[in-house]
Design a binder for this molecule. Structure first.
Ligand SMILES: [Zn+2]
Length: 199
């Protein structure tokens, strides 16, 4: 009899430690609140592990947790969480906006009488490897192409010859590694040789 009682009182089974990592913030799920995406974390947990969701976020669980905090501390906690989330969302949105606003400038530059080069700037914002793109253009047009720094210190591709129209077309058609570059973001510019420049 004593034995049964003992095993009953010692009846907290030792669970193997299993850590579930959050699919949103990648923290162990009990630490999601320290990340910046609590709302999405909760949605994820609710969908994938409803039992754990109840454990951490049910009315009772929250009550038990918040019960130890003063009302003031509770409000501050909620405010801080909302602030952190808003900040993270704003950051992600700004990054996306910046990407979509990035211009690809294709410039036809007159170097000498009837001699042109074409510069292409801004492809890197769309995850295009500039060196590979230069090689691609060189092969496509059987001409010279290289990555150089423009006067502003930004990398750009310079292709020998006037191929600006062809490059615009290639972007429109999403040829090769230009796939995914939005043609709406392309701006064509012509740079005339400055009068009396080097003559
Ligand atoms: Zn999380």
């Amino acid at each position: 009899m004593a034995e049964t009682q003992e095993s009953a009182s010692a009846g907290q089974p030792v669970q193997p430690i299993q850590v579930l990592y959050c699919g949103v913030c990648t923290f162990p799920v009990e630490y999601c609140e320290f990340g910046s995406h609590l709302t999405r974390c909760k949605e994820w947990l609710h969908e994938t592990h409803p039992d754990l969701f109840d454990k951490y976020y049910s009315e009772e669980a929250l009550q038990a947790k918040l019960g130890t905090l003063s009302l003031e501390a509770q409000e501050k906690l909620e405010k801080d969480t909302a602030k952190k989330e808003a900040k993270a969302e704003a950051k992600a949105e700004a990054a996306q906006k910046k990407k979509m606003a990035s211009q690809i400038t294709i410039k036809r530059i007159e170097r000498n009488k009837r001699k042109f080069v074409t510069s292409v700037h801004g492809l890197e914002a769309f995850d295009v490897d500039l060196k590979k793109a230069a090689k691609f253009f060189a092969q496509k047009f059987a001409t010279g192409a290289s990555v150089t720094k423009n006067p502003l210190g930004n990398d750009e591709i310079v292709v020998q010859g006037d191929v600006s129209g062809d490059i615009v077309e290639m972007i429109e058609q999403g040829v090769g590694l230009l796939k995914g570059v939005p043609s709406d973001n392309v701006v064509e510019v012509e740079e005339k040789k400055k009068k009396g420049g080097g003559d």
